[in-house]
Structure formats: structure tokens, C-alpha cells
Design a protein around this ligand. Structure first.
Ligand code: TYD
Ligand code: MG
Length: 454
């Protein structure tokens, strides 16, 4: 007999009930009852273990802290996104759409990590399927255990036996604790399972990766509170039509959230892309109109990205604006600036914008390249492929400065670009002599237009 006691609470007003009810008798809301544990079965094995280790308050000055504590995952992109490696005892949620490569990434980490016992728990695939995938990515490890199990109680029993140094759960939505009756994937199950794993991670100091699915609208399936419980939320994303995948950190208690990891999905697993500029500049022989290259920075890493625009007369009444990898609203704003401030008649044109490689860019420094790509397509004059751009465009058409300009210039210089267009407000203290690249400072869109198209 289980001695665990659960009660249903109304999410809205906090009223309790022993049974699930559809309409809350106290506040009148519908479908607000969630099951929660109020008393745990003390005889459970892992509970007894946990009870032994009682924590005491410590002076902050007496707490040991060692910078080298971070664990090297042998995956540079992942290390960077995590903020320099894996922190012991951290709980990391890896979210992404189905088929994007979450299981592949995690299995690669499980097989590549050095001198650490890994337990990979899968509730989605059979042992044979995982083995097949491991053969495909042809990484070998004799310290990686595979467990196909969904009950947390059984998982904790196996953990007690194997004592892994890293735990991977694929996926949190398939887990089930027998303390709660509701089915796997329901809010109360996810919450309780994540709470058990969080407790395990903190008490044992073992890092835990949770794989989580994403719903159609891009949110992590399950309650938002999962994001609050974990230390780090990583998002694995990419365009299915391209082989590139981006690992983004959405929340990180131990590092910056602006870091990006870039991978390429190949027949033999995920390859780390350490020099993103190479892939983000599409290879082209001919010089075509409508492309401009921007020197962006994502996280700490500078990247040169190609933007492509196509401007054509609207075939139907309402002109279309469509953008991949760039915010459509921002595109609308830039078009309005060009129309209102500089008299380009774009209001009657269809405008399509595409960022090469299917990646999404948040850096405002891409603005100028977007504007130039649009103007180049509109004029049907190609931009010299040795030109690149790094500046934000303001509402009055002014060219605004961006951060870390030197790093951007250095990267463009390294890749052999001839000229870089930057804001004139960015030139203060800039040592132009240091670079081979010609630095052109501009203050409004008209100046850029004259310099490019005469
Ligand atoms: P998977 O890791 O199963 O995705 P998720 O766990 O996020 O659902 O990845 C599945 C996709 O990756 C599938 O479409 C096949 C592809 N893939 C490769 O292209 N190469 C490989 O080496 C592997 C293992 C998978
Ligand atoms: Mg999977």
C-alpha cells in the first residue's frame, strides 16, 4: 500500500478536493484542478537516502568554490552555450521540435564525455534503436549505460546501483511517478518528475539533462514552471530544409544567454561548426543583385551572414512582405523608413527577405545589410561581394552605432573583405590603421546609397 497522499488543488483559488472536479465549487472556474502530493511515502528507498543528508547553513566565505569544477562535455559548441562547460548538480532542459536532433545531440554527449559514467534513460526508443543510432554516429564508449524505463521510482533504483556521473532523460514528457495517478505528460506528472530529478541533481551533485518537446506554438510542452525549476534552458532549433541546427540558451543561471552553438546534421550525426561564417556565406560564382553581407555578433562570436532580398512589383493588390530568419515587423519598419525618409517607392512592391543558412538573427547590426540588400534588388545593381555592413538603422534613416565594432571589423578583415560600412558614431577611438580592410563611416542611408550605387 502506498502511503503517499495526494490532493487536488484549484489552480485559481487554491481550494482543495480529494477527487478531481470539473468546476470549482468555491470560485466557479472550470477545469482548474491539479493533483499534488501532500504527504510522501517515507519508506521509499531514495527518500531514505535523501533524509540522511541534511544540509546545514554555511557562511558564504566558507563555501568551497573552484572554477575548474565545470565538466568538459567534449563538445565545444555545447560547452560554450552552457557558459564554459557543465556545472555539477545542474539541471538542464533541452527543448526542440520533434526530429530536430535532441536525442542525437545528447547521445553524442553521452558517448563522447571522458572518464564519466553516463546513464541515458529513454522512454521513447528501444535499446536496439539507440544502439543503431550510436552505430551511426560511430562514437564508442564503455561507460555509457542505456536504460529504457519511464517510471521514476525504477530509474532511481538503477541510479543507486550504477551511480552515474551524468544523467540524461529522454524525455521528461514520458516519465511517470507512481505517486500520482494522472497519465505521463500531464502537468502534474511533469512537475513531480522534474521535482524529483531536481532533488536528485542538487543532492548528489550529478548534472542532469532533460529533453523536452516543444508544442506547435514554440513553447516547451508542459507547464511554464518547468523553466523555473531548471538551471538552464537550451533550445535546439533549425530549419528542417537546411542541415544547420542552432543551440541557443534561453535561460542560464551559470552563463550568458546570448551564446549560440552551431551544428550541421550529417549522415553520421551532428558536426560542430566552429567557423560559422564559412557556412553562412552562400557560395556563389556570379555577382547577383539583392545580397548583402552583415558582420553580426551572436553571443561572443562574430559571424558574417548573408542576407538576400527580392523586391518585385506586387502581382496582386496587397504587396507581400515575408522574411525568414528576420522579424517581419522589423522588415516593415525598415521599408517604411526607406519609403518615408528617402522616397524609395517600395509600398507597391513585394519584398522577400532571407537570411542564409536558415538561422535567426537578433543582432540589430544586421539592419544595414538588410536595407542594402533591398536597395540592391530594387535597383537591380549588385553589391561588391567584398563589401560588408555592421550598423543599426534608426527610424529617421540614421545609421546607428553597434556594440563591439572592433571585433566585427577584425572578423571581416580576417575573412578577406575589402570594405566595411559602419556608423560614423562608431569611429571614436577606433584604430583604423590596425586593419587591412577599408572602414567606411556613414551617417544616413542616402550616403550609403551614393557610395554603393552612385
Ligand atoms: P533525433 O535526434 O531523433 O530528433 P529528436 O530527438 O529531436 O526528435 O533526430 C532525428 C533526425 O535526425 C532524423 O530525421 C534523422 C536525422 N539524423 C541524421 O540525419 N543523421 C544522423 O546521424 C542521425 C542519428 C539522425
Ligand atoms: Mg528524440
Amino acid at each position: 500500500m502506498s502511503k503517499t497522499k495526494t490532493v487536488f488543488f484549484c489552480r485559481n483559488c487554491g481550494a482543495q478536493s480529494l477527487k478531481w472536479i470539473g468546476k470549482c465549487p468555491s470560485c466557479g472556474e472550470w477545469n482548474t484542478y491539479d493533483e499534488e502530493i501532500v504527504e510522501r511515502d517515507k519508506d521509499q528507498k531514495w527518500n531514505r537516502q535523501a533524509e540522511k543528508r541534511q544540509s546545514k547553513p554555511k557562511l558564504i566565505s566558507e563555501i568551497d568554490y573552484n572554477q575548474d569544477l565545470r565538466i568538459d562535455t567534449q563538445n565545444n559548441e555545447l560547452n560554450r552555450v552552457l557558459g564554459g562547460g557543465l556545472v555539477p548538480g545542474s539541471l538542464i532542459l533541452v527543448g526542440g521540435e520533434p526530429g530536430i536532433g535532441k536525442s542525437t545531440l545528447m547521445l553524442q554527449v553521452a558517448l563522447d564525455i571522458k572518464n564519466r559514467k553516463v546513464l541515458y534513460v529513454s522512454g521513447e526508443e528501444s535499446e536496439q534503436q539507440i544502439k543503431m543510432r550510436a552505430e551511426r554516429i560511430s562514437a564508442k564508449s564503455n561507460q555509457c549505460y542505456i536504460l529504457t524505463e519511464t517510471s521514476t521510482q525504477n530509474i532511481f533504483q538503477q541510479i543507486a546501483e550504477i551511480t552515474p556521473d551524468l544523467l540524461i532523460i529522454d524525455s521528461i514528457q514520458t516519465l511517470q511517478t507512481n505517486l500520482i495517478d494522472s497519465s505521463a505528460g500531464s502537468i502534474s506528472q511533469i512537475k513531480e518528475c522534474a521535482a524529483e530529478l531536481q532533488k536528485f541533481a542538487k543532492q548528489s551533485g550529478t548534472p542532469v539533462f532533460l529533453i523536452g518537446h516543444i508544442t506547435k506554438d514554440g513553447n516547451l510542452a508542459g507547464p511554464k514552471l518547468l523553466e523555473h525549476m531548471v538551471d538552464t534552458v537550451l533550445q535546439f532549433e533549425g530549419d528542417r530544409n537546411y542541415g544547420y541546427r542552432i543551440l541557443r540558451s534561453v535561460k542560464n543561471r551559470f552563463g550568458s544567454t546570448s551564446e549560440l552553438g552551431i551544428y550541421e546534421m550529417q549522415g553520421t550525426g551532428l558536426r560542430e561548426v566552429s567557423n560559422p561564417s564559412e557556412i553562412l556565406l552562400s557560395q556563389r560564382d556570379e555577382n547577383l543583385s539583392g545580397t548583402a553581407i552583415s558582420a553580426t555578433i551572436e553571443g561572443l562570436r562574430p559571424m558574417l551572414i548573408e542576407t538576400q532580398a527580392l523586391v518585385s512589383s506586387a502581382a496582386y493588390g496587397t504587396p507581400q512582405r515575408s522574411a525568414t530568419g528576420f522579424e517581419t515587423k522589423r522588415l516593415g519598419m525598415l521599408l517604411a523608413v526607406l519609403e518615408k525618409r528617402h522616397g524609395f517607392r517600395l509600398g507597391v512592391k513585394d519584398v522577400f527577405l532571407n537570411i542564409a543558412g536558415g538561422i535567426r538573427v537578433d543582432d540589430p547590426a544586421i539592419d544595414l545589410a538588410v536595407v542594402c540588400a533591398i536597395l540592391s534588388s530594387n535597383e537591380d545593381i549588385a553589391i561588391d561581394p567584398k563589401d560588408c555592413f555592421a550598423a543599426e538603422v534608426g527610424l529617421s534613416g540614421e545609421i546607428r552605432p553597434v556594440n563591439r565594432i572592433e571585433q566585427r571589423i577584425a572578423e571581416a578583415d580576417k575573412l578577406g573583405f575589402g570594405r566595411i560600412f559602419i556608423s560614423k558614431y562608431n569611429t571614436k577611438g577606433l584604430e583604423k590603421m590596425k586593419f587591412n580592410i577599408e572602414i567606411i563611416s556613414v551617417s544616413n542611408v542616402e550616403q550609403v546609397f551614393t557610395k554603393l550605387f552612385g
